[in-house]
Write a protein that binds this ligand. Structure first.
Ligand code: SF4
Length: 84
């Protein structure tokens, strides 16, 4: 598996945020800062904070639905486990 953070190449950098059920994957190099995520789920995406993605503030389904609206593909996800 790929490591969650590849320090050698900024283009490949991925940051993972998990709520134990789903992992939100953000690739900063792809983000076009459209703000779609912030407008869609303001309780999760806090651009001024570190970490800026608060996965604990939304349900897994809300996170997945939002990730699909990211226009650049900077956001993706993988399921951590099937069981809830
Ligand atoms: S919706 Fe996607 S491209 Fe837009 S700011 Fe959020 S992560 Fe970046």
């Amino acid at each position: 598996m790929m490591s969650s953070l590849n320090k050698n190449n900024m283009e490949e950098k991925e940051i993972h945020y998990s709520n134990q059920e789903v992992t939100v994957i953000w690739r900063p190099a792809l983000c076009i800062h459209s703000g779609v995520c912030v407008r869609t789920l303001p309780k999760v995406y806090h651009p001024a904070d570190k970490p800026w993605v608060k996965v604990e503030n939304a349900s897994t389904q809300e996170l997945i639905d939002q990730i699909k609206t990211c226009p650049s593909g900077a956001l993706s996800y993988k399921m951590d486990k099937e069981k809830k």
